[in-house]
Design a binder for this molecule. Structure first.
Ligand code: ATP
Ligand code: MG
Length: 210
């Protein structure tokens, strides 16, 4: 079973977008997938409810209580945990006995980069991460690749202490799909396919750690 924690110190970086798209990817791939929502906003749970109307459903579990693990079915193959904004590195530490991987989405702006740097430095000092028991990867999100701002932000992210595993572009496709309980992995047009490819390196890396 692969367990992925999606966390960032900044709000609005794309945690829920990454968590729901990852969950959908695994569900479409035929894996029994659970999405744990540890954010009281409940966006991931609402997405699971909408998705229940389609094929490739994802089981949503409330994750506000520490006992969520008891409710994960024995046959679950993928567990994705969506966390709230403003999480501290020490709070990420509370999850590290329960997960294999931490994915940190980051937006291409100075505000986000500067807030993320100390968060990642603190993560790097957590014992299970330091010992390599849990691995951490960064995802650049909402990039506008033709802009200087995005290009410089990506260069800066490449200097982070953890690998940059995806460069996701800003597109309404994510917003439209999410509203329907779907993801970009539920569609097959050529345009959507190019956005799916943005996830390929991250998905390969996750497979390596499953
Ligand atoms: N790649 C993208 N392209 C376009 N819109 C995006 C993208 N990623 C996220 N968004 C939009 O940005 C907003 C914030 O994304 P999301 O809710 O996933 O962030 P979050 O980190 O979960 O926020 P919070 O900290 O409030 O939980 C949402 O409106 C979402 O639809
Ligand atoms: Mg969220």
């Amino acid at each position: 079973m692969l367990k992925v924690l999606v966390a960032s110190s900044k709000g609005g970086a794309g945690k829920t977008m990454v968590a729901t798209n990852l969950a959908a990817h695994y569900a479409v791939d035929g894996k029994n997938t659970v999405l744990v929502d540890a954010d009281r906003q409940g966006s991931s749970l609402r997405w699971c409810d909408k998705r229940a109307l389609h094929v490739n459903a994802v089981l949503g579990l409330p994750g506000l209580r520490r006992d969520w693990e008891k409710h994960v079915p024995d046959d679950a193959q993928r567990v994705i945990i969506d966390t709230p904004a403003g999480i501290r590195a020490s709070e990420v530490g509370d999850y590290l006995d329960q997960v294999d991987v931490v994915v940190v989405p980051v937006l291409p702006s100075a505000i986000d980069l500067e807030a993320t740097e100390p968060f990642l430095a603190e993560l790097a000092e957590l014992p299970r991460i330091k010992r390599g028991k849990v691995v951490v990867g960064v995802v650049a999100n909402r990039l506008k690749p033709w802009t200087n701002v995005s290009q410089l932000a990506v260069e800066e992210m490449q200097r982070f202490p953890f690998p940059l595993l995806a460069e996701l572009r800003d597109t309404q496709g994510y917003v439209l799909a999410n509203a329907l309980g779907k993801s970009i992995f539920d569609y097959h047009s050529e345009l959507v396919h190019s956005h799916q490819e943005d996830w390929a390196k991250l998905l390969r890396w996750l497979k390596k750690h499953s």
